[in-house]
Design a protein around this ligand. Sequence first.
Ligand SMILES: Cc1cc2nc3c(=O)[nH]c(=O)nc-3n(C[C@H](O)[C@H](O)[C@H](O)COP(=O)(O)O)c2cc1C
Length: 226
Amino acid sequence: MAHPTKDTLPIKERLRQIPSLMAPLPDIDLSSMPATPHEAFALWLESALEAGVKEPHAMTLSTVDEHGWPDARVLILKNVDARGWHFAIKRESPKGLQIEAQPMVSLTFYWPALGRQIRLRGEAVELPAQECAEDFLGRPVGSRASAIASKQSEILDNEEMLVKRLADAQAFLETHPAHVEPGWRVYSVKPTVVEFWQGSTDRNHKRWCYTASQDGTAWSTARLWP
Ligand SMILES: Cc1cc2nc3c(=O)[nH]c(=O)nc-3n(C[C@H](O)[C@H](O)[C@H](O)COP(=O)(O)O)c2cc1C
């Protein structure tokens, strides 16, 4: 009988062969973690960039739908400030409608080259219209046209319709370069809890958790079990 090759191995075996949390991973000194998750995030983001992590600003936004079912997708982080972690979406997309009905969301980053994960939970708050407009106008023209043309996440059963709506949107932007799509939204997630997770090859992972005070003005910190 022929030996199984990588092409014939059951997927369970293929998955078992894939390494995770490969050395060398950095160790962290928990006593030197900054006082706020904002500072810690900025430091870790720089480390990720230095380590060559691709798209470290890609994060998973988790929401729940009207039945309480979880939903999740990857978005780009656009800013971090005192108001929180920002992302930009279309209001009428599934995630936009989910956030309107239930603004409690979570954000998750994973940076494999460093074995690091960052998790945040908090309320998504819409930024003022002026900031949403600035974000929209700052996008490349192709992205703006796509945002205007796309019926995001609806069933697309007609390629011609997509091509036509895109061409129409592009033509429209040529004559209306200052147009701001009304449904464009930037949200900030003001976290109540932020966890920084440093994986270790010996599985003795280090976890550092920031919890906001009731009034949101101070942070307490704690180490978590791996
Ligand atoms: C790397 C990456 C970055 C993305 N960035 C965004 C983004 O910033 N905004 C956005 O609306 N969708 C972004 N998407 C697409 C979303 O993951 C998702 O497919 C889309 O927004 C529809 O989500 P929904 O049906 O839950 O509303 C990105 C996808 C990937 C893989």
